[in-house]
Design a protein around this ligand. Structure first.
Ligand SMILES: [Zn+2]
Ligand SMILES: [Zn+2]
Ligand SMILES: [Zn+2]
Ligand SMILES: [Zn+2]
Length: 436
């Protein structure tokens, strides 16, 4: 498949936009993906588009279109040695340029993308800025979910890699595409999980450097953001106010870029945050309400803090996103509280493994995923009214298809906390509409 075979050493792009070293274990030519074993021995199915091979390919043909040179000779990348027709590369290779030291888009991104934000200075930063003026895919051809958070092709950012909108990505206010923290050159501080308090415009839309502006945040937004970030990092629901919530806010105070709140003296932050947590029962649950310690707080719904511009009050975080995929090498790169990466989800291998029956849903798997989401909800011992008509929106990944599951829990008078009817509707986005 596309010049890849078992045993090849490759670079695979992860949902954080970074490339990781791996070895091809299996090749699925039909679904255009490979099972890749990474350096930490984890194995994941990766789409062909996200795999870059080290081998120089077939001598004398273009690595994009497999055709021999036309009038002009192929231009070879100085780093990876792959040959290109000038017009097959995005952007088109300028023939006046010094072709002996020319570097291809993939190699520029491999060097310039960084956790916390891409390089801003030096030759690779400048080359990256030029590459970013054009996307290597047709944005208008992507099939988005109704909330414009995920697309069927799993194609995001300048790098065309996979992505998770709630895990350190920003949406461009111009074109609506989502971009990786690692591929952005405009950030002054690393992103927190779920932090969308930025007005961002991509290089394609500005036709130049990206623009970014911090949006104002309230104490409620800050409390929500800290709880969301901590819940993804630690995979827990409740956090101690003094030792975790307040101390995280204090330790990262400068990086949080809080605008008008940033001048708040240390001794006043405690009261403001605590007031926010106690006065917004729609967003936060305190330990007091669940007969735990009153200094514990958690989120009612594990969703990033909403923006005032959002149409719906909460964009539901799919329950499967509870454990963001740890990148294969993130353990080696963890540093500081902001950067501490979440643990790897063991379920992930199963999620993306193409099912033997093809992209069709496996009912047993769907049911078990559903129960995972349900248990969390029921564990809260919701009242009858709260449970009535409760709707969960779950995104499942099957092969390269995203499945959407709408779970409607209904209350028919069973014992408190135990709904007796669970309705599950499985939908798939296809052909411009929802397929049941
Ligand atoms: Zn070509
Ligand atoms: Zn190259
Ligand atoms: Zn990217
Ligand atoms: Zn844009």
């Amino acid at each position: 498949m596309g010049g890849l075979s078992e045993g090849d050493d490759v670079l695979a792009r992860w949902s954080d936009g970074l490339l990781y070293l791996g070895n091809v274990k299996r090749v699925d030519g039909v679904k255009q993906c490979c099972l890749v074993r990474f350096e930490d021995n984890s194995e994941f199915w990766v789409l062909r588009k996200d795999i870059h091979s080290f081998s120089a390919g077939i001598e004398g043909v273009c690595c994009v279109c497999d055709a021999p040179p036309l009038k002009e000779p192929l231009v070879n990348c100085h780093k990876c040695r792959h040959g290109f027709h000038p017009q097959c590369h995005v952007p088109t290779i300028e023939l006046e340029a010094d072709c002996s030291s020319w570097i291809c888009r993939q190699c520029v991104f491999a060097v310039a993308t960084k956790r916390g934000g891409a390089m801003k200075r030096g030759r690779f930063a400048r080359l990256m800025q030029i590459m970013k003026l054009r996307l290597p895919y047709q944005l208008s051809e992507l099939d988005w979910d109704p909330q414009h958070l995920t697309n069927q092709q799993q194609c995001y950012c300048y790098c065309a890699g996979p992505g998770e909108w709630n895990l350190k990505m920003l949406q461009c206010g111009g074109c609506g595409q989502w971009f990786h923290e690692a591929c952005m050159q405009c950030l002054t501080k690393p992103l927190l999980y779920g932090d969308r308090f930025y007005q961002f415009e991509c290089s394609v839309c500005t036709k130049g450097p990206e623009t970014i502006e911090r949006l104002p945040m309230s104490w409620v937004d800050l409390a929500h953001l800290v709880l969301y970030h901590l819940s993804l990092c630690c995979k827990r629901k409740y956090f101690d106010f003094d030792h975790e919530i307040l101390s995280f806010a204090n330790e990262n105070w400068e990086s949080l870029l809080l605008g008008t709140l940033s001048d708040t003296p240390r001794q006043d932050r405690c009261k403001n945050l605590l007031d926010a947590l106690n006065s917004h029962k729609d967003r936060f649950v305190s330990g007091k309400e669940i007969k735990k310690k009153k200094c514990l707080f958690g989120l009612q719904v594990r969703a990033p803090p909403p923006l005032t511009s959002d149409l719906s009050p909460f964009i539901m975080d799919p329950p499967l996103g509870i454990s963001p995929k740890r990148s294969p090498l993130s353990a080696l790169c963890q540093k500081g509280a902001v950067d501490s990466g979440p643990r790897k989800s063991k379920r992930h291998v199963k999620e993306v493994q193409p099912s033997p029956q093809g992209a069709g849903a496996n009912p047993v798997d769907l049911m078990s995923f559903c129960r995972v989401g349900g248990t969390n909800r029921f564990g809260l011992k919701r009242t009858e009214d709260e449970l009535n008509g409760l709707v969960e929106n779950i995104t499942l990944q099957m092969g390269n298809k995203k499945m959407f599951m709408l779970v409607i829990l209904e209350w028919y008078g069973g014992p408190l906390g135990k709904p007796v009817a669970v309705h599950i509707i499985i939908l798939r986005w296809g052909g411009g509409g929802w397929v049941g």
